[in-house]
Design a binder for this molecule. Structure first.
Ligand SMILES: [Zn+2]
Length: 253
């Protein structure tokens, strides 16, 4: 994968140059198009490994999977979410947005005390702009969030989830400097953009198996204004239980 990354980086630098030197030829334009399409695929396809490693599932002989919950903390509901998890003896990894953590400073320590994990989901969650950010801004988004979590929870996160799974070529060098891993997913219900509970649960159900990584989101609401996660989470936990599986926190934490 490292070879593909270097190929893409070099191609992005050299192809425009060669295109210009060739007098903006047709074949040069075709090469530019191909390089841009490959770069966009590496950036926008969440499980693509071309910019660097993304853990989308894990090897295990045990009946275990990882349940992850993005976009919190939600002062109103994160504690209720933990109550629901605990009733099913399940643990989750919460990918928190740094700037939201200060709204309820005691919550992060409580999350860890109750046996759940905390990951970095950037300081400001710039979902639409993250892929356009240069190395300094990417580094600031990640380091400010890690610092916030460390100050409030007492430990530095080792896992990162990119907003909407979108990342660019600058993210992995920052992650390796910060000794962090990028966590993707293998089972998602698209609950970030869809609020149809049946559809969300059905999409996840198809992919529940040992070694799966499930992603759900806090802060979304149903058409009736209820927290979506309170509708989806109990049903997802039932599916996990019915298949004899257990939701645990990643060893990487
Ligand atoms: Zn998010």
């Amino acid at each position: 994968m490292r070879i593909i990354r270097w190929f893409l980086l070099l191609a992005n630098l050299l192809v425009p140059l060669v295109w210009g030197l060739s007098g903006f030829s047709l074949w040069g334009a075709a090469a530019m198009f191909i390089v841009h399409m490959l770069s966009l695929w590496a950036t926008f396809w969440p499980s693509c490994q071309w910019w660097g490693e993304v853990t989308c599932e894990f090897e295990t002989d045990a009946p275990e999977l990882w349940l992850t919950i993005d976009d919190g903390p939600d002062g109103e509901h994160t504690r209720v979410v933990m109550d629901v998890l605990e009733k099913s003896h399940a643990c989750a990894t919460f990918f928190f947005i740094g700037k939201r953590c200060h709204n309820d400073p005691g919550l992060l320590a409580e999350v860890e005390r109750r046996g759940h994990g905390i990951g970095n989901h950037t300081q400001n969650h710039p979902a639409y702009m993250f892929w356009l950010m240069g190395p300094r801004r990417v580094s600031r988004e990640l380091s400010e969030c890690s610092l916030t979590i460390e100050q409030l929870a007492g430990s530095r996160p080792t896992l990162f989830r990119a907003p909407a799974g979108i990342r660019n070529c600058f993210v992995h060098p920052v992650l390796s400097r910060m000794k962090m891993n990028l966590l993707g997913w293998s089972a998602r219900g698209l609950d970030g953009s869809c609020n149809d509970v049946d559809k969300i649960v059905a999409r996840i159900e198809k992919r529940v198996k040992p070694g799966a990584i499930i992603v759900l989101h806090e802060g979304r609401r149903t058409d009736e204004g209820e927290p979506l996660i309170m509708k989806t989470l109990p049903r997802v936990l039932k599916i996990i239980e019915s298949r004899g599986l257990k939701a645990v926190i990643p060893e990487l934490l």
